[in-house]
Design a protein around this ligand. Sequence first.
Ligand code: TMP
Length: 225
Amino acid sequence: MARASAPGRFITLEGGEGAGKSVQARRLAARLRESGLTVVLTREPGGSPGAEALREIILSGEAARYGALGEALLFSAARIDHIDATIAPALRCGEWVVSDRFLDSTRAYQGIAGRLDPGLVASLERVAVGACRPDLTLVLDLPAAEGLARATARRGEAAADRFEGEDLAFHETLRRAFLAIVEAEPDRCVLIDARPSEGEVAAAIWAAVRSRLGEALNAATATSP
Ligand code: TMP
């Protein structure tokens, strides 16, 4: 049951392709639930009916014809809907939100790798995200070639989506972009080595959550029903 006593906390997982974000987001949500919290596990692009509709359009590659700016606008439109319909209401009633990707993906994919003007990306972020900033961002890092190999193995026979299909140089640029984000915002971001086993990565993530949000975690679990 949702508690109205304190706002919830917002955790995002970020990184390149094949870093294991989705699995780790699920594991983290389960661990938080075991601690007694009410957790919304969500993802971008998507996480609300309106944003999921845009996900199809973007990831099919249909929107690539509008260029990096057009795609950034679509990701931002999806984000506005996701925040309004899913994230903000959950946080307001004391739930914790774990999102598989959020604003840093736009900064890295459309901003740095897509070579959009940083001022434009920052303005877009202000409009789309406003004050709804993550309390903690876990950036899962591994060499681009390793991530792409994992993504290819996971996909099997299915076709690569819009960004998986980009070349290695694009994915190496992305990796550097995410590393730069962690360096620029050390209070919000924690770098997680995504190369070890799934269990070891989950343990590193849990240690980061306890270290950064331990107080909020203790306060929320102390009042949980
Ligand atoms: P994923 O669900 O497999 O991570 O796929 C989402 C894809 O969309 C991934 O390639 C990253 C990309 N993406 C962006 O380019 N910009 C964004 O703002 C977001 C949220 C995702």
